[in-house]
Design a protein around this ligand. Structure first.
Ligand SMILES: Cc1cc2nc3c(=O)[nH]c(=O)nc-3n(C[C@H](O)[C@H](O)[C@H](O)COP(=O)(O)OP(=O)(O)OC[C@H]3O[C@@H](n4cnc5c(N)ncnc54)[C@H](O)[C@@H]3O)c2cc1C
Length: 553
């Protein structure tokens, strides 16, 4: 006999766990099916060195920002171990000497640091911050908005489109122009309009290309920067970027503990092979081992190619939807390098390997816009970047739980290798790429190379094979303009529903994803619960009508 549930969640990444927690909280008997030996997906803490299990790394994602207070509070995540240390400054030491530090919350220190490179840029910085904050006020709440089905003439869709227009009726000509600029410009062009020094522009460009298969001169990268800079999604101020104690896996663990508290069953080592459908409706899933589980509500949190093309099957889907998913862009050329260090980097520009301010935020290797662009051009031309850029962090500046006292963990989020490296392991080339990355840090912090005790390199192939991140894209699909809002993951299906009744999409490929924000999982659960309520009240209405008819007969 197939086990029967009210709801099945496919994938035990953080979004799957959020969806399951909300479904169970609403009274649904819920199971999460995860293919790996553990939950967390791309929000995972692991010990990658068998001979040194005392070192744990936040293996893929590495910093928190966009999780809305509603989810944190509803699921009481703080009581389950959710604890964020706000990050220190953005830091770049330059090969030619000197450094820059950018503080999110200290205008005076920011001014002093930037003025060393350009007085004009230091003067512009508060205006830039205010400009961005104004735009974040507009874009932030959009992240919590269910995208309307723009273009549909159905009364419900028209109502939702009008509601969105009405909510934004306060926007003036200037704000709309600014949003248009942000959505269409390259981060390079945008920064050229504001700043003059290559040091400042390099520092601010990084967020425009994180996880993106596009260099800083590509249109659309200005929006990517904004996505990473939004501080408020409309239900309370979000923290500055911060480190979760215990690494990103502890975020997933906190959500899982909350979900279990609501009665969710979590099954690891349970890869799903197929979504079972009947007459256009989801009825259950089949596992790779042949077991079947039944439920009338299913939330999938897998990459859309896996979820729809492999597991639902093209034969069960409308042709235009299938095409949209087939052409879904999912490249990024990211390589994550995790290091165990015997001591902190000792930068020539800011000497000392004792813990200092500049070790506690982003420790970057992106000295200029041209440097970042060159790295992208190498990869676009089919070679791994000769001089890759890196968004580095040292979470152990705060978090003592990840490694033995006196040692440190450093996480390097680097780009780019060719996008088709998701098809082959490229093991020795990745080793050489990591060597070059480490050399670049060693140029500015000469103790760096010698301080490395262990290293772990996760390239696009491993991201796809082990974590299900197709194409190695870190967000289940690029954050390019044609894949945002009502287009994510396909026009007509951005409301977390799918062409299959009873099947919902809560993955990072839904609106507000990617990132460890939980919003797609939360929204998919809300859509499923609303539909369940509608079915129940529809049934109650029919039953009441039958009773009334019987009484009258
Ligand atoms: C290198 C890297 C760095 C990143 N850095 C950051 C960062 O610093 N901050 C940030 O906010 N975001 C970051 N991200 C993005 C963020 O981690 C992801 O967007 C997010 O974690 C995805 O969550 P998810 O639950 O939607 O999907 P996933 O985490 O991908 O979860 C999907 C789950 O489904 C499982 N699965 C796959 N196939 C099957 C199957 N057949 N049956 C059952 N289960 C299956 C997978 O094992 C996985 O556990 C990063 C991502 C990467 C890869």
């Amino acid at each position: 006999m197939a086990a029967t549930y009210d709801a099945i969640v496919i994938g035990g990444g953080h979004n799957g766990l959020v969806a399951a927690a909300y479904l169970a909280r609403a009274g649904a008997k819920t199971v999460v099916l995860e293919s790996r030996f553990k939950t967390g997906g791309a929000a995972t803490t692991e010990a990658p060195w068998p001979d040194a299990p005392e070192f744990r790394v936040t293996r893929l994602s590495y910093v928190m920002s966009l999780m809305p207070p509603t989810i944190i509070n509803d699921l009481k995540l703080a009581s389950h171990g959710y604890k964020i240390y706000p990050m220190g400054p953005y830091y770049q030491a330059f090969p030619e000497g000197g450094s820059i530090k950018l503080y999110a919350d200290d205008a005076q220190r920011n001014y002093e640091s930037v003025a060393r490179w350009s007085k004009k840029d230091a003067d512009a910085m508060p205006r830039w911050d205010a400009w961005l904050a104004g735009l974040a006020d507009v874009l932030g709440p959009m992240l919590l908005t269910v995208p309307p089905n723009i273009g549909s003439r159905k009364p419900h869709d028209l109502k939702e489109t009008l509601k969105l227009a009405w909510r934004n009726r306060g926007l003036d000509v200037r704000t709309i122009a600014d949003v248009t600029r942000l959505m269409t410009m390259s981060i390079a062009d945008l920064l050229d309009d504001w700043f003059e020094s290559s040091q400042v522009k390099g520092a601010l460009a990084v967020n425009g290309v994180i996880g993106t298969w596009a260099g800083p001169y590509e249109p659309g990268t200005a929006y990517v920067m904004a996505h990473h800079s939004i501080g408020d999604v409309g239900d309370g101020h979000l923290g500055n970027w911060g480190f979760q104690e215990g690494g990103m896996g502890a975020v997933s663990d906190a959500i899982e503990a909350a979900a279990r508290g609501f009665g969710v069953e979590v099954r690891v080592n349970s890869p799903v092979a197929r979504v079972l459908t009947q007459d256009g409706r989801a009825v259950g899933v089949a596992l790779e081992n042949g077991d079947e589980l039944l439920a009338s509500t299913i939330v999938t949190t897998l990459h859309p190619r896996t979820a729809f093309l492999d597991q639902v099957g093209e034969e069960n889907l409308p042709a235009d939807f299938t095409r949209d998913i087939r052409i879904w862009k999912t490249r990024s050329g990211v390589v994550k390098i995790n290091l165990a260090l015997s001591e902190l980097p000792n930068f020539t520009a800011d000497p000392g390997s004792d813990l200092q301010d500049h070790h506690s935020g982003s420790v970057e290797m992106a000295p200029s816009m041209e440097f970042i662009e060159r790295a992208f051009q190498d990869a676009r031309e089919g070679r791994p970047a000769l001089r890759p850029f890196s968004d580095g962090v040292i979470p152990t500046a705060f978090d003592q739980t990840l490694c033995p006292e006196g040692t440190h963990i450093m996480s390097l989020f680097t780009q780019w290798v060719p996008s088709d490296w998701s098809l082959e392991p490229h093991t020795s080339e990745l080793e050489a790429y990591a060597d070059r990355m480490i050399e670049l840090y060693d140029e500015v912090a000469p103790n760096f190379k010698a301080s490395i005790l262990h290293r772990d390199i996760v390239g696009p192939y491993q991201m796809e094979q082990e974590y299900g991140l197709i194409g190695g894209n870190i967000f289940h699909g690029e954050l390019s303009l044609e894949q945002l809002f009502h287009m994510r993951p396909a026009p007509g299906y951005a409301d977390y529903r799918t062409p299959i009744a009873g099947l919902y999409n809560g993955s990072s490929a839904a609106h507000a994803g990617g990132g460890v924000c939980g919003i797609p999982g939360w929204q998919a659960a809300r859509a499923a619960m609303a539909d369940r309520r509608a079915v129940i009240s529809g049934r109650a209405l029919v039953a009441a009508r039958i009773r009334k008819a019987a009484r009258q007969a």
